[in-house]
Design a protein around this ligand. Structure first.
Ligand code: ISL
Ligand code: CA
Length: 554
């Protein structure tokens, strides 16, 4: 297993719009991030990943880029970014940019040209098709609800958009498109960017017959996810761009299982450093956004374990995450955001930092921020949420109250409310009403409070990160599941060259006793960290408190 800086790093994800507003317009910005570099250093992270900051009309908060080489007006200027880069560098922190190259904005110059006429030189930069008997070319469904095809009157054809109609898909079959993109990627690498998180990168190759999709799940995905030329395109891109640098690349890959994952991350294949898996944050949906289903720890353990084994057997790496800008807050999902908020947030943080992979912390997770409870459907800003709510309204089977409950549980807005810095009005995020409603629990949950208290979630994350730096077993140790059948406790080993790490995580709100006598032949181990204020002696039959997490070294 080769050593790499990006295996050893802990990444902090910043959603710039909601992180810190420096100029009082209610929108977070680059200078706002600059103001918080001390905070990042104090936490101890090694790299930051910024969600898209490029010029964009913001139909999907920056995932619709109209100019890849310019900064979004609200976020600041290129000089601000350069300053941020050099300040991070001075503290030994890397910077990872989001790279959205499956689609652009419809306001990108290429698309504006492309839409002008069938014989425009940019026409083939996008995917244009004739309709079928006055209907769209096929039945594929968009990630944001509705058809993937938008009819254009002027040229009497449809264009493809897997996301919103303001996010037309680029035509990767066209070599010119690929070359333009590679040139742009190299431009950023030359500027000193340390790597990329590549948005929905496994969707770039579409089945060129454009056949109808099967019903069930997102219709058509078998024809546009992991398509026929996806690995050819990625290898070509890698060779021509980031593989010539010591860059970290994180491929975002919906609809990828563990077998497919290997093709993207097996070290010898030189495609990506790691991917962003989905199964462990999707299994509780049971296929539909509107399902608020019960989930079992056993399922989560099995999934994580299968991935961990598969990757380590095949010399592949992964990112580890439970929160990001697309996911509801994990403490409200797999933890308990009421009575045991702190304990369960720390327990989940332990899992994040002790599996084999690179941990990604999403802003606010390190203080245990929770889901929102908006009281009106009109409060939701996210384009995905609005799309799904529209579909549900059209079906007409649900009351407004039911839809509100689902949206509060599932919406991406859960992660997008402003960061809680302190208990002042607007939580120290801004001095004016922010672009999106605040989570109203900021007086109880905020950074200032966590920095003042010894047993805060923040202090615990700080310790996790420090331990990960101190003991190579956290990074390079082999993963091994223990007590596979236990329905409440997730127990595993990381087996290292110098020492072994034993992790026990109680996922229930009850005390639970486990028995490791058949699993381990050791008498003693050193307690590294636990999430309650006491120092439990090592035992092979420990009794764990509700949501208790313990780590031992031997
Ligand atoms: O967010 C999701 C689940 O709630 C996914 O459907 C998500 O849209 C998908 O994983 C792709 O996400 C990425 O690309 C989108 C953008 O809206 C997301 O924010 C981004 O992370 C389109 O660029
Ligand atoms: Ca601002």
């Amino acid at each position: 297993m080769e050593k790499q800086w990006w295996k050893e790093a802990v990444v902090y994800q910043i959603y710039p719009r909601s992180f810190n507003d420096s100029n009082g317009d209610g929108i977070g910005d680059l200078r706002g991030i600059i103001e918080k570099i001390d905070y990042l250093e104090q936490l101890g992270v090694d790299a930051v990943w910024l969600n898209p900051i490029y010029k964009s009309p913001n139909d999907d908060n920056g995932y619709d880029i109209s100019d890849y080489r310019a900064i979004m007006d609200e976020f600041g200027t290129m000089e601000d970014l350069e300053e941020l880069m050099s300040l991070l560098k001075a503290r030994d922190m890397k910077i990872i940019m989001d790279l959205v190259i499956n689609h652009t904005s419809d306001e990108h110059y290429w698309f504006k040209e492309s839409a002008k006429s069938k014989d425009n030189p940019y026409r083939d930069y996008y995917v244009w098709k004739d309709g079928k008997n006055a209907s769209p070319p096929n039945n594929w469904k968009s990630f944001f609800g509705g058809s993937v095809w938008e009819y254009d009157k002027k040229t009497d054809q449809y264009y493809l958009h897997l996301f919103s109609k303001k996010q037309p898909d680029l035509n990767w079959e066209n070599k010119k498109v690929r070359e333009e993109l590679y040139e742009m990627i190299n431009w950023w690498l030359e500027k000193g960017i340390d790597g990329f998180r590549l948005d929905v990168i496994n969707l770039i190759s579409k089945n060129q017959d454009f056949p109808d999709g099967k019903e069930g799940g997102l219709c058509g995905h078998e024809h546009f996810a992991n398509g026929p030329r996806v690995h050819e395109f990625i290898q070509e891109m890698a060779e021509n761009t980031y593989n010539n640098y010591d860059a970290m690349t994180v491929g975002e890959t919906p609809f990828v299982d563990k077998d497919e994952a290997i093709k993207f991350v097996k070290e010898e294949r030189q495609e990506f450093s790691m991917i962003i898996p989905f199964e462990h944050v999707e299994f509780d949906k049971k296929g539909a956004w509107e399902n608020i289903s019960q989930w079992e720890l056993k399922e989560l353990k099995d999934l994580m374990t299968e991935w961990q084994y598969k990757l380590q057997q095949n010399n592949g790496w992964t990112s580890l995450y439970f929160c990001n800008h697309d996911q509801p807050r994990i403490v409200s999902r797999y933890g308990d955001d009421g009575k045991y908020r702190k304990e369960s947030a720390k327990m989940l943080g332990t899992l994040l930092h002790t599996l084999r992979g690179t941990p990604f912390i999403y802003q606010g997770e390190e203080i245990g921020m929770t889901n929102i409870s908006f009281n009106s459907l009109a409060d939701f800003d996210d384009i995905e949420t609005r799309g799904y709510l529209n579909d549900l309204k059209e079906k007409g089977e649900m009351s407004k109250e039911e839809m509100l409950e689902i949206a509060n549980y599932r919406s991406r807005d859960n992660a997008r409310t402003p960061m809680h810095w302190d208990d002042s009005k607007f939580a120290g995020f801004s001095n004016v009403e922010p672009w999106i409603k605040m989570n109203d629990n900021y007086p109880e949950i905020n950074v200032e409070k966590d920095l003042q208290s010894e047993d805060s979630v923040f202090k615990y994350y700080q310790q996790l990160i420090a331990l990960r730096k101190e003991y190579p077993v956290f990074v390079y140790g082999k993963y091994k599941l223990l007590l596979e059948a236990d329905p409440n406790v997730y127990t595993y080993l990381r087996e290292g060259e110098e020492n072994n790490l034993l992790v026990m995580l109680n996922f229930s709100d009850q005390p639970v006793k486990i028995d490791l006598q058949n699993e381990l032949e050791i008498e003693n181990a050193e307690l590294l960290l636990n999430n309650y204020n006491y120092e439990p002696e090592f035992s092979l039959e420990p009794q764990l408190k509700p949501y208790e997490a313990r780590m031992y070294l031997f």
